[in-house]
Design a protein around this ligand. Structure first.
Ligand code: NAD
Length: 500
């Protein structure tokens, strides 16, 4: 099959077997086993990857430890670490078409979406490469007899675990922060869509990153992931994924008091005020919930609307959802597949339960009956109340719940009324109201009039059960270093005069 558009590459060009990258080498798993990767758009096998288990994790952690202990990254002038990272970005950009194909076939995205992943990943390396030489300590005045300063120091071996929805971009944001701060990395890619993450390894290899600085392997969560986070030589954990897995990783981290960054799930709400531009609400909401088939941690999965605008908004949202094409990403459809059969079953089950509970599916609500892959129709539920499971739990699919309110305090309380606190949104022309609402909403980031407003530069992370720590933006780097204070007595007597 020829892949058109901006990607001049054939689907059959995709490599059928992928190795892990440990200590600067492409290697099979020690067990010789592999994991079969499926194309979610066809439900057919696509490729195999070497299946890493505990022994492979041991090798990777040992390589990362050797590299860290060698101080090769740490001793490098930070500006040169930055230049190395620009090289990684350059190679990722050069491989963008190959990456787009891999991401389209193993993850389900459109080719444009896959290419955007590659470019976003490259952007993380340029952004944090540019910051590598700007992470400074400070001097603390203690009077004439002392010199006191702080040094931001890396933790050591950073274990990073990545989910399947944006595997490359999420891997890039964590690996880039780690390299900028001279940590070394063992990254476990997601077993459902690992292929694009290997391109980070390839880019590091081509850029001449020291052996062992970045190790990327794929395995199942319950053995490879669990043994990585419990490994006695890991110093730092970055986890992006579900609440349940995050909680189990935290239990493992408690034993060794490991610092963790936890980027977990969400149930984020947009609040519409009466003066909002309704068409802007519809377009922003469609992007907020239907992009990447709703498999976005920061998806706008709830919309809280004033009773007065309810009918107009529900009608327009339903029309928008019905206008979207559902089908394989490779054909450029609007609604691409969800990642797996079990995920599609789970989403459909939540939709059916919502109807049973009294919600009205004004669009969608089912798996696609015609398509062979794992497709969920773009879904809009009206008549949703705060007590329904569909209003409280993460669906991780193209499913929007519309709730109504009569006064703004009720709207804020509905928005804040779940266990999660990743993102929130406000739709209004009144900036004073937007500012007030942003302050009231309990979330790591608030979007005003455009869901997903922000980028690599803007700090991202959760409150409540959405986790803690920040990725993206300058703030992220603070999670990859710990402050060492050096206090020096420079005189033997008083008054600051040497020898005095
Ligand atoms: P998941 O928790 O099932 O898996 C995430 C990763 O953890 C996978 O690589 C998996 O293999 C691994 N894993 C599973 N069990 C493990 C264990 N016991 N020990 C170590 N690793 C283990 O999540 P998912 O289904 O891949 O991703 C969807 C979830 O991720 C959603 O909840 C979504 O909101 C969240 N997410 C959050 C962000 C964010 O930045 N906050 C971004 C993307 C996705």
């Amino acid at each position: 099959m020829f892949i058109g558009g901006s990607v001049g590459i054939m689907a059959q060009d995709l490599k059928k077997y992928w190795k892990n990258y440990i200590d600067g080498q492409w290697v099979d798993s020690l067990s010789g086993e592999s994991i079969v990767i499926e194309n979610p758009a066809t439900a057919q096998p696509l490729a195999e990857v070497a299946r890493a288990t505990e022994q492979d994790v041991d090798m990777a952690v040992a390589a990362a430890r050797r590299c860290f202990n060698s101080r090769e990254l740490y001793n490098m002038r930070p500006t040169n670490r930055g230049v190395l990272m620009f090289e990684i970005a350059r190679h990722l950009t050069e491989m963008a078409d190959e990456i787009a194909l891999a991401e389209c076939l193993d993850n389900g995205k459109t080719l444009t979406g896959g290419k955007n992943e590659a470019l976003a990943a490259a952007r993380y390396f340029t952004y944090y490469g540019g910051l590598a030489d700007k992470l400074e300590g400070r001097m603390i005045p203690l009077g004439a007899d002392y010199v006191d300063y702080t040094i931001p120091t890396p933790f050591g071996v950073s274990a990073q675990i990545v989910p399947w929805n944006f595997p490359l971009q999420i891997a890039a944001r964590s690996v880039a922060c780690a390299l900028a701060t001279a940590n070394t990395v063992v990254l476990k890619s997601p077993e459902l869509s690992p292929l694009s993450t290997y391109f980070i390894a390839e880019a590091c290899d081509r850029a001449g990153v020291p052996k062992g600085a970045v190790n990327i392997l794929c395995g199942y969560g319950h053995d490879c992931g669990a043994s990585l986070v419990a490994h006695s030589d890991v110093d730092h954990i970055v986890f992006t994924g579900s609440l349940k897995t995050g909680q189990s990783i935290l239990r493992a981290a408690v034993e060794r008091v490991l610092p963790c960054i936890m980027e977990l799930g969400g149930k984020s709400a947009g609040v519409v005020f009466e003066d909002a531009d309704v068409d802007q609400v519809i377009n922003s909401s469609a992007a907020g919930i239907f992009s990447n088939a709703g498999q976005v941690c920061s998806a706008q999965s709830r919309l809280i609307v004033p009773t007065k605008l309810r009918d107009e908004i529900v009608e327009k949202l339903a029309a928008k959802a019905k206008s979207l094409s559902v089908g394989p990403g490779i054909d450029g459809n609007d609604i691409t597949p969800v990642i797996s059969g079990p995920q599609a079953e789970k989403i459909e089950g939540m939709c059916l339960a919502a109807v049973q509970a009294g919600a009205e599916a004004v669009a969608g609500g089912r798996k696609s009956a015609e398509l062979a892959g794992h497709f969920i129709e773009p879904t809009v539920f009206a008549n949703v109340t705060a007590d329904m499971t569909i209003a409280k739990e993460e669906v991780f699919g193209p499913v929007l719940s519309v709730l109504t309110y009569d006064d703004v305090d009720e709207a804020i309380s509905l928005a804040n009324g779940t266990d999660y606190g990743l993102c929130a949104g406000v739709y209004t022309k009144d900036l004073a109201m937007a500012h007030w609402a942003a302050d009231q909403l309990i979330a790591g980031q608030v979007f005003v009039n455009e869901w997903f407003a922000g980028g690599v530069e803007t700090p991202f992370g959760g409150t409540k059960r959405s986790g803690y720590g920040r990725e993206k933006g300058q703030e992220a780097l603070q999670n990859y270093v710990q402050t060492k204070n050096v206090g020096i007595r420079i005189t033997s007597g008083g008054g600051g005069r040497p020898g005095g």
